[in-house]
Ligand binder design. Structure first.
Ligand code: NAP
Length: 269
């Protein structure tokens, strides 16, 4: 069974496990594209409602893969996409959003994220454009990605009436720097941390996952990694999989929860 969490301070219920789509859209033949679409659809069928993409992924073709997967179910899913760091000037944000909407085949984006900070563009200018998109009904929620706590605070201060609901950063059993400040900040401020590369980009440290736990719960090492990374209520994870079998496995990773002491055991190794 899928687990759902509130996005930031909103009433929006988003699945704890979402789906990433980096490297999707670089298929060499139509059957590979069909596999990607099927993997995303499989995730939706199993209760996932969050899919994450970006204008830069495969030059926009990742968004087109998502467009195919959401046909007929647009209002039941939650689409997160991103504006690139080189498009953060006011008019560039608006135009990038229009292009993403066209590629996604939808009239609105649920979560529009600033992909990377760009110190050359005043954050106020970017956030003014983001708020205009919200006012115009093209974007529902504003998020950031790869922002430090300080950059997140600046982005929040630059918004007149909206909130930053999430910060998407790398977080997994293997990459844990977010625990120093981004994660505690999100927890304290009721903001969501969207964990990217939660499976360490596929380099799953099999030998370091306690066998006792995989056996006790009948879970795979990948499922344990996803359960561990989402042990805080503030976290959602977006593993990417172009394979149906993996999409199923990932969707089922939080159907059971470990005890605190078991999570502590995993943290130690
Ligand atoms: P990831 O999700 O940690 O790992 C993906 C890799 O793991 C793929 O090679 C996939 O292979 C494999 N995999 C998936 N499920 C598996 C399972 N159950 N068992 C074994 N292997 C499995 O890495 P990621 O793609 O870097 O990160 C996830 C998403 O985060 C991206 O797709 C993107 O949406 C987002 N992201 C955002 C940023 C950012 O700057 N904001 C940066 C990086 C990534 P198969 O496809 O063959 O299943």
């Amino acid at each position: 069974m899928m687990e759902y969490r509130r996005l930031g301070r909103t009433d929006e219920k988003v699945s704890t496990i979402g789906m990433g789509t980096w490297k999707m859209g670089v298929y060499r033949n139509p059957s590979e594209k069909a596999d990607e679409v099927r993997a995303i659809k499989t995730g939706f069928e199993l209760g996932i409602n969050l899919v994450d993409t970006a204008e830069v992924y495969a030059d926009g073709r990742s968004e087109q893969v998502v467009a195919e997967a959401i046909k007929g179910i647009r209002n039941d899913v939650f689409i997160a996409t991103k504006v690139s760091a080189e498009h953060l000037r006011h008019d560039d944000v608006i135009e990038a959003c229009e292009r993403s909407l066209r590629r996604l085949g939808t009239s609105y984006i649920d979560l529009y994220q600033v992909h990377w900070p760009n110190p050359r563009v005043p954050i106020r200018e970017t956030m003014t454009a983001m708020e205009k998109l919200v006012t115009d009904g093209k974007v529902r929620y504003i998020g950031v990605s790869n922002f430090s706590v300080q950059q997140t605070t600046a982005a929040r201060d630059a918004l007149a009436k909206s909130e930053i609901v999430s910060n998407q950063v790398e977080y997994s059993m293997v990459t844990r720097w977010a625990e120093a400040d981004v994660l505690p900040y999100c927890e304290n401020e009721n903001m969501t941390l969207i964990a990217y590369s939660p499976l360490a980009r596929g380099n799953i440290p099999q030998s370091r996952i306690p066998k006792k736990l995989t056996e006790k719960y009948g879970l795979t090492p990948a499922q344990i990694m996803l359960s561990w990374v989402t042990r805080s209520n503030a976290v959602l994870a977006i593993p990417k999989s172009a394979r149906i079998q993996h999409a199923r496995e990932n969707a089922r990773s939080v159907s059971v929860r470990f005890t605190q002491s078991e999570y502590d055991q995993m943290t130690k190794v």
